[in-house]
Write a protein that binds this ligand. Structure first.
Ligand SMILES: CC(C)(COP(=O)(O)OP(=O)(O)OC[C@H]1O[C@@H](n2cnc3c(N)ncnc32)[C@H](O)[C@@H]1OP(=O)(O)O)[C@@H](O)C(=O)NCCC(=O)NCCS
Length: 181
């Protein structure tokens, strides 16, 4: 019998929407006065987790973060706003989309600086994976993101299988090299 409990609840995308704004301080920047990529990834992880918490109403862990394009630098003193929502719920995992904008506080100019997709897995207090509610996409863009999320999941699974095969091949080669006389 599976140890994963079923969850009959259905939630809307709107109920998962989350937002965070941070002011970029000297501690967040590199020697050029631009926001550090790792710091931005931390903000993305946190904002993504907020949407996953709102959907699952349990503990979540980050299973994966897809590649991120940092499309323009964020400067010291800028306001960074991150918005997230769940794109699709699977069995125990959820794909969350996060979009990031930077605002120049002097001019008010706002620019898109990064986007990312993350996968979170729901975990109960004993550390067991937990089934999450299903997601109900309502608007045309929510439905598009819902459908795209399935394609991205298939792509992730194919990539993960490919990496596993490559790791096995390397281990076998190393093993063969070690036992050669
Ligand atoms: C994520 C984790 C819970 C997955 O556990 P697991 O026993 O490997 O689980 P499974 O392979 O059976 O997969 C469970 C679910 O996670 C998803 N998943 C697992 N690894 C994944 C990955 N690399 N990318 C995307 N989804 C992933 C599976 O698709 C599955 O989803 P579903 O239940 O909705 O179908 C486990 O690997 C873990 O605890 N990792 C560390 C998490 C962590 O500490 N994160 C902080 C970053 S340092």
């Amino acid at each position: 019998m599976s140890s994963i409990q079923t969850n009959p609840v259905v939630r809307t995308v709107a109920s998962t929407q989350s937002e965070m704004t941070e002011i970029i301080l000297p501690n967040d920047t590199n020697t050029l006065g631009n926001l550090l990529g790792g710091r931005l990834m931390h903000f993305i992880d946190l904002t993504g987790a907020m949407a996953a918490y709102r959907h699952s109403r349990t503990n979540v862990v980050t299973a994966a973060m897809d590649h991120i394009d940092f499309v323009r630098p964020v400067h010291l003193g800028d306001l960074v706003t991150l918005k997230s929502s769940v794109n699709r719920a699977f069995s125990t995992s959820m794909e969350v989309g996060v979009k990031v904008w930077a605002e120049n506080t002097r001019t008010g100019a706002i620019a898109h600086v990064a986007s990312a997709y993350l996968v979170f897995v729901a975990i109960d207090n004993e550390g067991h994976r937990q089934q999450v509610p299903q997601l109900l996409p309502e608007t045309p863009s929510e439905i598009r993101r819902y459908e795209d999320a399935l394609r991205r999941r298939e792509h992730r699974e194919a990539e993960s299988a490919r990496r596993k095969e490559a790791r096995l091949a390397t281990t076998e080669k190393e093993h063969a090299a070690n036992i050669e006389p």
